[in-house]
Design a protein around this ligand. Structure first.
Ligand code: FAD
Length: 323
């Protein structure tokens, strides 16, 4: 019996959630008294395996095949790995990729599948999975009484595994059934503003409805410029068409884990917080002292952004535009 995690990567970069999976996987392995194995499929598997070799990982398996995610390849490889390793738990990211192949693997293995886990608790053969419902307004617990289990876990819910490990890294002895590979990734096409991936940013300046008008965005863009930050936003800004969708933080946007998240004129609705609560340091600027964002902020300024932001720009050596 083992715990097996399958990493996510895209365009040559291991995604943060891959290291978070290791923490979730280690917790399960400890609860079940078993080993944690990590796997990576496709891409530069040697480099990815090095990055996955963290404290608490017992073995890393690599599958070389192409560069990018492919449904058929991942479904085949994850199924074969889970069978070969007698994996009691198969843990994958609740990402576009994970959601794509995890149900197929669960079906092939005849196992139950629970998606979008934000908490996992295993005891005496029963797995309890915590999930959020109704736009993150309530938490529910799904009890799965009989394993083995397939679970996809939400990003930014577990801390990334740390420390350099001493796991064995070995190629998994497995050949892809070419006849069963029905699709190939030919390339990527960026959507508007797609050059920026806010989920990779270390410092996000995020703007909300408090900015009032599209023209006023120039003020925040200047702050972004002088601080070297990356611009993100709450949903109304995207709904208004003022920023592209890939800048949206939250439940229906992106999950972000920057070192610093500066929320300006954002109330802190649960659907927004779901996407940024994993930030190391949260700073909020809001006129309303009772805004929920202050409940999770490490530092807060109760003040008008049209006064606070120009002062910040000057503090960083810039000159605020007139808005
Ligand atoms: P508001 O809630 O209107 O808050 C604006 C804030 O600005 C207020 O707190 C106000 O006090 C402050 N303010 C006003 N003027 C100033 C000023 N001059 N200076 C400083 N502060 C000022 N939202 C997301 O963000 N991301 C999502 O992914 C997302 N997904 C959703 C999914 C579903 C299914 C649903 C139902 C909703 C979703 N939402 C999402 C919307 C969410 O519920 C909120 O409506 C949204 O987050 C509010 O955005 P906001 O904080 O910018 O605006």
């Amino acid at each position: 019996m083992t715990v097996l995690t399958v990493a996510d990567h895209r365009r040559g970069e291991l995604r943060d959630v891959s290291l978070e999976l290791l923490t979730a996987g280690r917790e399960l392995a400890d609860a079940a008294g078993t080993e944690l194995h990590a796997a990576v499929v496709s891409g530069n598997v040697e480099s990815f395996a090095d990055q996955l070799n963290r404290e608490g990982v017992d073995e890393v398996h690599t599958v070389e095949y192409g560069e990018e995610f492919n449904h058929d390849v991942y479904a085949q490889a994850a199924t074969a790995l889970a069978e070969d390793l007698d994996a009691e738990f198969l843990v994958v990211p609740n990402s576009v990729n994970g959601l794509d192949y995890a149900p197929a693997v669960a079906s092939r293995l005849g196992r139950p599948y629970v998606s979008d886990a934000v908490g996992l608790d295993y005891s005496e053969g029963t797995l309890e999975v915590t999930r959020e419902m109704y736009g993150s307004k309530v938490e529910t617990t799904v009890e799965v009484a009989e394993g083995p289990f397939v679970v996809s876990v939400r990003g930014a819910e577990w801390p990334a595994a740390e420390g350099v490990g001493d796991a064995d890294v070995s190629p998994f002895d497995f050949a892809v059934d070419e006849d069963a590979v029905g699709s190939t990734v030919k390339g990527f096409e960026e959507v508007g503003g797609g050059d920026v991936d806010i989920s990779d940013a270390d410092f996000l300046v995020s703007i909300g409805r408090g900015i009032e008008e599209e023209e006023n965005l120039a003020l925040v863009e200047e702050l972004v410029e002088v601080t070297g930050a990356t611009l993100s936003s709450s949903r109304p800004i995207v709904d208004n068409g003022w920023l592209p969708k890939n800048r949206q933080v939250g439940q229906s946007g992106k999950q972000v884990t920057p070192d610093v998240y500066l929320a300006i004129g954002i109330s802190g609705a649960v659907q927004h917080v779901a996407g940024m609560k994993g930030a190391d340091t949260i700073i909020a600027v809001n006129t309303d002292p009772n805004a929920p964002i202050f409940d999770i902020a490490d530092y807060g300024v109760v003040g008008d952004l049209f006064e606070v932001v120009p002062e910040l720009i000057e503090e960083f050596g810039g000159s605020p535009p007139s808005v």
